[in-house]
Design a protein around this ligand. Sequence first.
Ligand code: NAD
Length: 348
Amino acid sequence: MRIPVALGERSYDVVVAEGARHELAGLIGARAPRARAAVIVTTEPLRGEPWFDLATGLEQVVVTVPDGEAAKTLSELEVLLERLALANLSRDDVVVAVGGGAVCDLAGFAASVYRRGVGVVHVATSLVAQVDAAIGGKTGVNLRAGKNLAGTFHQPWGVLCDTAVLATLPEREVRNGLAEVAKCWLLEGRPAAAVAGTPREELVEVAVSLKARVVAADEREGALRAVLNYGHTLAHALEALARARGDDVRHGEAVATGLAVAARVARALGRIDDGRVAHHDAVLAAFGLAPWATPAYEPGALIEVMARDKKAHHDLTFVLDGPDGIETVPAVDPRIVHDVLERFEEER
Ligand SMILES: NC(=O)c1ccc[n+]([C@@H]2O[C@H](COP(=O)([O-])OP(=O)(O)OC[C@H]3O[C@@H](n4cnc5c(N)ncnc54)[C@H](O)[C@@H]3O)[C@@H](O)[C@H]2O)c1
């Protein structure tokens, strides 16, 4: 399955298939016939996986960065840029990110600023990267002040989502990605009962197709692309509190809670009825996601963080279901959210 991201001269395809990683050399050859060298950016654990047999068709160097979120710092960006320079990468050459969202975000950032921009291809290896992080051109690293606060928009030359590499992905990371798929399922109004019979490759395609459509219509994250943040207003707050308190919370777990709570906020505002809330719960359950996998945090503390969220434009902005579908709703009364969070905890 080849899903186009239509962005004029920055257009590219997302290939979702078993064995998609073997298209790497062909993709680079087609996009950059003058390329001579490639730097493959990955992590030590991934380099040791059985599927790490990547051929770019060029002179290639493998550079490893720290695994996971530890890669996403300004100092790691600097180290990586020096490695690209050391490899003598020219403007015609290419960076290949092989990894989860963290590697794609860092390598994409490096590619966007190295020599004022070189091409990047993402070989997305986690489910989160395949259904979300590798598509859309957002790159970035974290600052002490918050996640993803420094970054660029830099569309890749292509994204390869090889479903075969998911075989080695730990179960918790699979669920992490399924939360984003559940979000897409809800955004598309698909029935909960249809989840069970859908093969994983098709689940990836559903999410990729939605993201590709939204990115094509709204490349730099205006109003439309914001719907992809469904469930994320609360999720970001949960993750921020978890970080501050040293709790182990994965993004997908926070998104599952965020989606369940968003449904309840929409109901409290009279936008949807009990049946729609039950639909949200049923979709989450069908994906094996528990809305209460995250720790119970004080509603007041969560609201304080949400009000500071960079995406919330300094008031409580939620993406909410409603009579006209799922849309951005600004200026949500914090007292209503407080009430919903309290009652959500009682349901636990
Ligand atoms: N740019 C965007 O639009 C965007 C969107 C969503 C998320 N993100 C970012 O993505 C990051 C999260 O991505 P993630 O969930 O992939 O986390 P991650 O990149 O930290 O990967 C999670 C873990 O899975 C391992 N892993 C990845 N693929 C594997 C495989 N096939 N087999 C075995 N292990 C594998 C990694 O080595 C790592 O230990 C966050 O930093 C987030 O901010 C960016």
